[in-house]
Design a protein around this ligand. Structure first.
Ligand SMILES: NC(=O)c1ccc[n+]([C@@H]2O[C@H](COP(=O)([O-])OP(=O)(O)OC[C@H]3O[C@@H](n4cnc5c(N)ncnc54)[C@H](OP(=O)(O)O)[C@@H]3O)[C@@H](O)[C@H]2O)c1
Length: 357
């Protein structure tokens, strides 16, 4: 019996069938081995017992990619490679050519090769290409997959919006709009929650966010279903900075306090503006009806597991924070290393922030 994509719609399991009706195993080629999301994808594929390899070629190296495809013979490419900037996206403002090379030329090059080779590509892009405005007000409707990006305030977002609009012409590509990714480890420096706990002042704006622990497995399933086009890859709903910090206070540290500041005040401590938005999640909900609203997902995947060991979490937080303050400002690599050396973050799985502590 063969299975087509419409039959698979709304199903949370899949058997991939070759056109002759025999089951065949998907083979994944993953770009972004040293990156956060790429690292997590490898852990997940390993846990699932899936066949996969990490790519070693650079995105813009067409000959290298072709040789790798010839060797690995992937049925699916997962592209979690790109220039995200260190310590943050402000880096892209001063490194525009490098940013174009990876995020535009490289990404399109890989998509183009995959199309020519008949391989499905899933691209981990960003939803930070939209911003609340008069039509899309805070508390109002969310941006749909079909909406045109209205935020190019940072060079990073500019390249991401540009590449998304070009990628959508490729019939074999799925673009996932990731936003403010969250993992259980509250000491992992790139976790959105770790960041806002650590900052002296935070803005307070509701946003769509991606709980990677819940959603990354869905992305592998989407690849197997060979979904294409654009997908808002966030949990349903929006949550504000203060609501998250209230959860931290409730589950982890009743003494925790913080201060808010305005977007105008925030602008004085960053180089490029940041986007704030709500993405419409009708499409992802129709594929995965069990997906949790953002607050429920945070409670289930982040706060409840951490609450079981709240003393350790608070100690690790304090250690990471005091070590980080001894680093030169903006030296993210050093801060990353120091945080990873803290007693609670010893293994590779925890390195990606996948584990609870
Ligand atoms: N983290 C976030 O907050 C966030 C939010 C929304 C969306 N996203 C998107 O999700 C994707 C993955 O993000 P991430 O946070 O996992 O990124 P990351 O940790 O910065 O890792 C980026 C990865 O891309 C690789 N890379 C960069 N340029 C490359 C090139 N030209 N050729 C081949 N590999 C290249 C890097 O390898 P090397 O170190 O070897 O260069 C690294 O493995 C990106 O597209 C990002 O825009 C991330």
């Amino acid at each position: 019996m063969s299975v087509n994509s419409s039959q698979l719609h709304n199903s949370e399991t899949i058997v991939t069938m070759a056109s002759n009706g025999t089951a065949h195993e998907p083979v994944f080629l993953v770009f972004g081995r040293s990156g956060w999301i790429g690292g997590l994808l490898g852990e997940l594929l390993k846990q699932q017992g899936a066949r996969f390899e990490y790519a070693t070629s650079r995105l813009e190296d067409r000959a290298g990619i072709l040789a790798e495809i010839e060797r690995v013979k992937p049925t699916h490419v997962l592209n979690a490679a790109g220039m995200t900037g260190r310590p943050n996206v402000d880096w892209c403002e001063d490194h525009k050519v490098e940013t174009i090379r990876a995020n535009v030329i490289g990404c399109l090059n890989l998509a183009d090769v995959c199309t020519q080779q008949g391989i499905h590509m899933t691209y981990y892009g960003t939803g930070c290409i939209f911003h609340y405005d008069d039509e899309f007000k805070i508390g109002g409707k969310g941006f749909k997959e079909s909406d045109k990006p209205n935020f190019t305030g940072s060079y990073y977002s500019y390249t991401k919006a540009m590449v998304e609009s070009l990628l959508k012409e490729y019939p074999n590509v799925l673009t996932l709009r990731v936003r403010m990714p969250i993992v259980p480890s509250l000491t992992y420096p790139r976790n959105f929650i770790t960041k806002i706990i650590k900052y002296d002042k935070v803005v307070n704006i509701p946003n769509s966010m991606t709980v990677l622990t819940e959603l990354l497995p869905y992305s592998i399933e989407m690849a197997k279903r060979k979904l294409t086009g654009i997908m808002n890859f966030t949990n349903p709903g929006a949550i504000s900075h203060n609501e998250i910090l209230e959860l931290y206070k409730q589950y982890i540290d009743p003494e925790f306090t913080w201060q808010n500041f305005t977007i105008e005040e925030q602008a004085k401590v960053i180089v490029a503006p940041r986007s704030n938005n709500l993405l419409d999640t009708t499409r992802i909900e129709s594929e995965f009806p069990g997906i949790l609203p953002i607050k429920d997902s945070l409670v289930k995947y982040v706060f409840e597991p951490n609450a079981l060991q709240k003393e350790e979490v608070r100690a690790a937080q304090l250690a990471a924070k005091s070590r980080a303050t001894t680093c030169r400002p903006g030296n993210a690599t050093q801060m990353f290393t120091l945080a990873m050396r803290s007693a609670r973050v010893p293994c590779r799985e925890q390195l990606w922030g996948l584990a609870a502590l």
